[in-house]
Design a protein around this ligand. Structure first.
Ligand code: FES
Length: 106
């Protein structure tokens, strides 16, 4: 009985935490880095106040988008799995706000 209560409590906390997170994946490949991806290195420390604590920042190895013109140009990031080409801070923050306030994670 205690274990079930603990499990339920833990799942509730986990679900609440996951509901409000936007996942930002930053390509750590060389081309993305030199094309502007380096600007994302410190993004978790410089998020606008309304996004603080709502973003999970991850790095990803080069997925190869930089070698396929149909995806656009580097740097690449993903916000909740959606690819953003020619990513810059303004574009990415706008997309994260869209996800937080209007996406499935609101
Ligand atoms: S270096 Fe970023 S997609 Fe290849």
């Amino acid at each position: 009985m205690r274990i079930n209560t603990l499990k339920r409590f833990t799942l509730t906390l986990f679900n609440q935490d996951m509901e409000k997170k936007v996942e930002l994946e930053i390509c750590l490949g060389t081309l993305c880095f030199i094309m502007g991806g380096s600007a994302f290195e410190m993004i978790s420390e410089s998020l606008p106040e309304d996004l603080m604590g709502k973003v999970l920042v991850k790095g990803m190895n080069c997925p190869g988008y930089c070698n396929m013109p149909k995806y656009g140009r580097a740097p690449f990031v993903k916000v909740n799995g959606e690819l953003i080409a020619e990513a810059n801070i303004q574009k990415v923050i706008a997309k994260m706000r869209e996800e937080v306030y209007h996406g499935a994670n609101k």
